[in-house]
Write a protein that binds this ligand. Structure first.
Ligand SMILES: NC(=O)c1ccc[n+]([C@@H]2O[C@H](COP(=O)([O-])OP(=O)(O)OC[C@H]3O[C@@H](n4cnc5c(N)ncnc54)[C@H](OP(=O)(O)O)[C@@H]3O)[C@@H](O)[C@H]2O)c1
Length: 238
């Protein structure tokens, strides 16, 4: 049934944390058969226990070409695939090593590219990538992230043509309170979120469920393809 996730095979890569975990929980709550994938077995096990009984956690590193190929080769078709996996290094370009820059591109861009290339998705199904508002609104410390996000958005628009009728979309988050920021001290994080909230038209930072709502909207809307849905609290226009 259109817009119905009941029984759908739903894969969330990066589903063990943050935005991906929120997507997995919402899809599961709507009756999808949810698999999540990421590198850490411990994170996967914890996430599966939060998502619910019957969800499946599978180890996968999207930067490992052989692992991606062998993950998808024996698989049947997925109804919906979401790629939220990434580990990125930010900072001023001239202070970042080329090795870190390449690893960042490998993780967020080539990881999603390889999944898009390898995953078999049903003709009525969809692929959703996760970019970020820095593609529109650069900051001096996140130049590479902005470029990667723009590349993902362009990739999705092109794939929406190449893979049609499979639908391909992007959700572009603004600042979102997820474990991605857990490397900062609690105090610094609180200050950063507080300052950001003051400057955002929405008056707060994003929550993983805000992004998951948009991912599920795209999965359940058969007329949505080639779209980038910005969920940034107004960060792009502020
Ligand atoms: N949070 C924000 O403010 C924000 C803003 C704009 C855009 N975004 C984007 O949103 C996406 C999700 O971010 P998040 O905030 O939800 O981050 P998060 O909480 O750190 O989650 C990242 C997820 O990706 C997995 N992962 C990382 N590298 C992987 C790899 N090589 N292979 C497979 N899985 C991998 C992690 O699990 P393992 O460690 O187990 O692999 C984890 O499940 C990212 O693309 C991020 O750039 C986030």
């Amino acid at each position: 049934m259109v817009g119905d996730l009941r029984g759908a095979r739903f894969l969330v890569i990066g589903g063990s944390s943050g935005i991906g975990l929120a997507v997995a929980k919402q899809a599961f709550a709507e009756g999808a058969r949810v698999h999540i994938a990421s590198r850490s077995r411990a994170k996967l096990d914890k996430a599966v226990s939060e998502i619910g009984s019957g969800s499946v956690g599978r180890e996968l590193d999207v930067t490992d070409d052989e692992a991606v190929d062998s993950f998808f080769a024996p698989e049947g078709e997925w109804d919906h695939v979401v790629v939220s996996a990434a580990e990125t290094v930010s900072g001023p370009m001239r202070k970042q090593t080329m090795e870190d820059a390449r690893k960042t591109m490998m993780s967020k861009f080539w990881g999603a590219y390889h999944v898009a290339r390898s995953a078999r998705i049903s003709q009525q199904g969809s692929l959703c990538l996760v970019s970020g508002f820095r593609s529109f609104r650069p900051s001096a410390n996140t130049v590479l992230q902005g470029a990667i996000n723009a590349a993902l958005e362009a990739l999705a628009r092109g794939l929406a043509l190449e893979l049609a009728p499979i639908r391909v979309n992007v959700v572009s988050p603004g600042l979102t309170a997820t474990p991605m920021w857990s490397g900062m001290s609690e105090g610094d994080r609180g200050t950063m979120f507080g300052n950001a909230a003051k400057n955002l038209p929405a008056g707060r930072v994003g929550q993983p469920d805000d992004m998951a709502n948009a991912v599920l909207f795209l999965a359940k809307t058969p007329f949505a393809t080639g779209s980038t849905v910005l969920v940034d609290g107004g960060g792009t226009i502020a």
